[in-house]
Design a protein around this ligand. Structure first.
Ligand SMILES: *[C@@H]1O[C@H](CO)[C@@H](O)[C@H](O)[C@H]1NC(C)=O
Ligand SMILES: *[C@@H]1O[C@H](CO)[C@@H](O)[C@H](O)[C@H]1NC(C)=O
Ligand SMILES: *[C@@H]1O[C@H](CO)[C@@H](O)[C@H](O)[C@H]1NC(C)=O
Ligand SMILES: *[C@@H]1O[C@H](CO)[C@@H](O)[C@H](O)[C@H]1NC(C)=O
Ligand SMILES: *[C@@H]1O[C@H](CO)[C@@H](O)[C@H](O)[C@H]1NC(C)=O
Ligand SMILES: *[C@@H]1O[C@H](CO)[C@@H](O)[C@H](O)[C@H]1NC(C)=O
Length: 311
């Protein structure tokens, strides 16, 4: 019994899914094949006499085909958004959590061109929209609320196209990937607080700044310590690698002599006796040197010899 009802529910789900697919297909089919009825021009004229503020009334020349197509889309969208009394009362476009239908309706740019004046709120949130900002939507200049949160919108926000939306009081661009621009510095957007731009890429990212500051605070001392260690090592072992200004004159370290003689190689050994080895070598600056290595307690004599040499 239980398994029977499960099958029944599954069947229902399948049927309703195919209905919604058929709906979107039929919208496109309708738009391709449908032509306005022959008296559509008089209908439009009457409408405009009745309500001159209708958006299509101010367009000239009137493209009857486009206006007709836009009314078809409006009626579908009004139903889709569960508005009461479609299409006369069409206050809200609700395409929240509708990633199949939202891109389809966004692609009807003639609809947005003649955006019905009754619409005051547009919700396109949570649709995984992966594109630049759908700027057509901003042709509904009368709207008071616009929710674009939880999508994958990227690129720049079309700041100039927002300025005609003088009645916009609710805006949500949170959770997108826009290019960083300090949007809160732009006069139009000053009316919205940061909760309109959470994780949108539009506000300077506090976390990123903190990471940079920490890296700098930790990294700089480490860099200084490394530099000091490096210089110290050079001073004590290889002063010949120091810049010329810092290089001490007449100071030779064992490491320098080892390098000058190819690690005291046999090739550089010129003479050898019981108490002294004599090497020939070349310092890093190109000077040829003679290096004598004494074994045992010969230092006093050496120092005297050196004194005489210097004199
Ligand atoms: C509407 O169009 C028809 C032809 O399609 C034309 O005969 C008629 O005069 C037009 N009406 C108006 C009010 O423009
Ligand atoms: C909208 O819904 C009404 C009733 O729910 C239906 O009669 C009408 O045909 C629908 N319109 C469109 C364009 O789907
Ligand atoms: C977004 O839509 C998904 C399903 O597509 C749903 O699970 C999730 O709860 C929605 N999130 C919001 C914030 O509405
Ligand atoms: C804003 O609302 C006022 C009052 O409802 C209206 O007169 C005005 O035309 C609206 N602005 C736009 C850009 O639609
Ligand atoms: C930001 O604005 C929204 C709607 O305008 C409001 O609900 C919210 O309390 C404000 N948040 C702050 C922190 O001011
Ligand atoms: C925008 O949407 C986010 C996420 O759903 C929410 O946290 C935030 O409060 C909303 N901001 C406004 C101004 O509605």
């Amino acid at each position: 019994m239980a398994s029977l009802s499960t099958t029944f529910i599954l069947l229902l789900v399948t049927v309703s899914a195919s209905v919604s697919a058929a709906l979107s297909a039929s919208v496109i089919e309708d738009l391709k094949s449908l032509k306005p009825p022959h008296d559509f021009n008089t209908t439009i004229l009457k409408n405009c006499q009745h309500n001159p503020s209708l958006r299509y009334c101010s367009s000239s020349p009137m493209d009857l085909d486009e206006i007709f197509k836009s009314t078809i889309v409006a009626s579908h969208l009004c139903n889709e958004s569960k508005n009461p009394n479609c299409v006369e009362s069409f206050p809200k476009i609700d395409l929240q959590n509708d990633p199949k239908m939202a891109p389809l309706y966004l692609s009807f740019n003639f609809f947005w061109k003649y955006c019905p004046l009754s619409i005051l709120a547009i919700d396109l949130s949570n649709n995984s929209l992966r594109s630049n900002f759908p700027v057509d939507v901003l042709q509904c200049t009368q709207i008071q609320a616009l929710d674009m949160s939880h999508n994958n919108l990227f690129g720049d926000v079309p700041i100039d196209s927002f300025s005609p939306l003088t009645n916009l009081t609710l805006l949500n661009l949170s959770y997108n990937h826009f290019s960083e621009s300090k949007i809160s510095d732009i006069p139009f957007f000053k009316r919205f607080n940061s909760s309109s731009f959470l994780h949108s890429g539009l506000l300077p990212d506090g976390k990123k700044f903190r990471i940079k500051a920490v890296l700098l605070l930790v990294g700089f001392p480490i860099f200084v310590i490394l530099m000091v260690c490096c210089l110290g090592w050079l001073c004590f072992r290889r002063p010949d690698f120091l810049p010329r200004m810092l290089r001490p004159k007449h100071r030779f370290t064992p490491a320098m002599l080892k390098a000058a003689t190819n690690r005291f190689s046999k090739k550089n050994l010129m003479g050898k006796s019981e108490s002294v080895d004599i090497y020939q070598g070349t310092l890093r600056d190109g000077a040829d040197v003679r290096i004598e290595i004494y074994r045992g307690e010969r230092h006093p004599t050496l120092i005297e010899e050196c004194k005489i040499l210097v004199q």
